[in-house]
Design a protein around this ligand. Structure first.
Ligand code: B12
Ligand code: SF4
Length: 506
């Protein structure tokens, strides 16, 4: 494909991810650096913070080389398709490049869309620079590894690009982010930071191994300390969410990071994701050191209260003792332990679901301050469990658009639809009001709203204990309260979604 238009501008579009917990998209900041270093101009348009984003994208494309979009499976696909179609209506042969998790997991199907010209699989730093150089020079793309493109109407895929360790990657282009705009939406000034890649485990519902493999690699502690302090000072960030899949694989590195941050007088807060078997290996002293270094929260994928379901999830590396121990020690060190739950994983029957609710109630009662976020199992392409898709009766979408409704907050499954689906959603709503949780976005609730919510948490707990969800008056009251306390929302899906939740990982 040739553009030959003499432009040196690359435009990125980031579709809304249905959350007010907005901040700069790290994947785009990562792939932008090599372009900037090579002398290209980069423009980032994030639909969550850009009113009339379609017009803004089309305007920027006037003097650009190509449009690049980053997306994960789910509702982001809607705006991706919308924008890509608008571009093709404007100029049929203008290059549209897709990268990120969804195109990496399903490159063929994504590239088959008439409005997609090129897909990048996996790490995009080197691939995208090479693509952009070829587009500018009007050269062929077939020598670039890890991509797919169209030639004479056919889909062409080049050989895999070997994974690079994180330490060999250039720094992310944080200066492209409009942190003021994100702060206006979210109420908090924060960013994501990544310090390790991959996870040694391979949970049946998780897509990580398919993209990053299982060989964990990480930045050295000194680099973490230096970069995070510089980043938070330069952009006045109060919080960093370290998005590593499993931050605690190397406990010594974690200790050195904490020591370094304390020594350098860092004054920001940070959160990590880890598995409970690793958190439970930390002593109280370790955890207190991490707390002194600003660590405020550790997110874990507890996922189920049933041993059988954990086994089916290939998650038996994590036992319940480690979950209780994690909650106990974190709270003792004043670190918030967060846990995710996945309901309706194949093999979870009413008895297992009941066990999970009892488990959540038990942890929250024994360890006030521990919090749970729940999701419905979503069969993502590339997850190990998807090898059984046919047997499970999962209808695997045959087009890019078909994946837009795959979203853990409302996924409908062959074994969870209609009345059962509604009942689970009501139960999840009760879990949400029974115990407090702290989202990233600033808490804008008025004190009266908080007081009423505290009151309705008591009948909510009673209902969960007794598995009784008829006449859900508390949910009705909560709904009214939320309307009194209107939070700004990105346009996409705003009607269908409750306030933002966290990613269900690890
Ligand atoms: C941070 C994060 C979020 C944040 C995103 C915030 C933001 N502003 O971007 C939030 C909390 C919103 C979020 C939400 C969700 N997330 Co999330 N999230 C992540 C997480 C932990 C890190 C992503 C990240 O920034 N990584 C660091 C960057 C540098 O790496 P990267 O994104 O992989 O980017 C590289 C390549 O993919 C590529 N690339 C990326 N974009 C582009 C674009 C172009 C043009 C090119 C060429 C290349 C390219 O190059 C980059 C550099 O090498 C990943 C797990 C992970 N290991 O990555 C899950 C993950 C992406 N999330 C996932 C999921 C399932 C969700 C949720 C559905 C969870 C939920 N319970 O609601 C929602 C979906 C939201 C939505 N969009 O609809 C899955 C996606 C699976 C899939 N099939 O797509 C992941 C992989 C977790 C998992 N293991 O299952 N998430
Ligand atoms: S779910 Fe978490 S622990 Fe399991 S493989 Fe994925 S990142 Fe690792």
């Amino acid at each position: 494909m040739r553009t030959g238009n003499g432009n040196k501008k690359v435009v990125f579009f980031f579709p809304a991810f249905s959350s007010t917990e907005a901040t700069a998209p790290l994947g785009i900041l990562a792939v932008s650096t090599p372009l900037l270093q090579a002398g290209y101009t980069v423009k980032l348009i994030d639909s969550t913070i850009t009113p009339d984003f379609k017009k803004a994208v089309l305007r920027e494309l006037e003097d650009a080389l190509c449009l690049c979009i980053s997306l994960v499976t789910g509702p982001m696909i809607r705006e991706t398709v919308d924008i890509a179609c608008a571009v093709k209506d404007w100029k049929r042969d203008f290059p549209v490049i897709l990268g990120g998790w969804h195109p990496s997991l399903l490159p063929d199907q994504t590239l088959a869309s008439p409005y997609v010209d090129i897909v990048v699989r996996g790490q995009g730093e080197d691939s995208l620079l090479e693509i952009v150089r070829c587009l500018e020079a009007g050269e062929e793309l077939q020598n670039i590894r890890g991509i797919g493109f169209k030639a004479d109407g056919k889909l062409v895929f080049t050989p895999e690009r070997p994974l690079k360790p994180l330490v060999d990657m250039p720094p992310k282009a944080y200066h492209l982010a409009d942190f003021d705009a994100y702060e206006r939406l979210c109420g908090r000034r924060w960013a994501m930071y990544i310090s390790s890649l991959a996870c040694p485990f391979n949970c049946a519902y998780c897509t990580n191994a398919g993209v990053y493999g299982r060989k964990w690699n990480a930045l050295p502690a000194e680099q973490f300390v230096e970069e995070t302090i510089a980043l938070t000072r330069r952009y006045r960030l109060e919080l960093l969410w370290v998005v590593d899949d499993n931050f605690l694989v190397d406990l010594d590195r974690a200790r050195h990071i904490a020591e370094g941050l304390v020594r350098e007088g860092a004054n920001f807060r940070w959160s990590i994701q880890a598995t409970t078997n690793l958190t439970a290996r930390l002593s109280i002293e370790d955890l207190r050191l991490l707390r002194r270094a600003g660590l405020q929260q550790i997110c874990h994928g507890a996922e189920s209260g049933s041993e059988e379901v954990l086994k089916l999830m290939n998650k038996d590396f994590q036992d319940f003792d480690s979950i209780y121990e994690t909650a106990r020690r974190c709270l003792q060190a004043d670190i918030r332990p967060s846990f995710n739950i996945i309901f309706a994983f194949p093999g979870e029957g009413p008895a297992e679901r009941r066990k999970t609710v009892d488990f959540v109630m038990n942890v929250c009662r024994r360890f006030p301050g521990a919090e749970f976020w729940t999701n419905i199992f979503t069969p993502y392409p590339g997850a190990p469990v998807m090898s059984r898709a046919r047997e499970l009766g999962i209808e695997v979408p045959q087009s890019l658009e078909g994946w837009a409704d795959f979203f853990p907050r409302y996924t409908v499954l062959p074994w969870l639809r209609g009345k059962d689906h509604r009942r689970l959603q009501v139960m999840r709503d009760y879990l949400r009001i029974a115990f407090d949780r702290i989202p990233i976005a600033a808490d804008s609730r008025r004190s009266t709203v908080k007081a009423v919510q505290r009151m309705i948490s008591l009948p909510a707990r009673w209902r969960l204990d007794h598995d009784f969800y008829a006449f859900p008056v508390e949910l009705w009251v909560n709904d009214r309260l939320k309307r009194l306390n209107v939070v700004p929302k990105p346009a996409v899906d705003a009607k269908r979604l409750e306030p933002a939740t966290q990613a269900s990982c690890p």
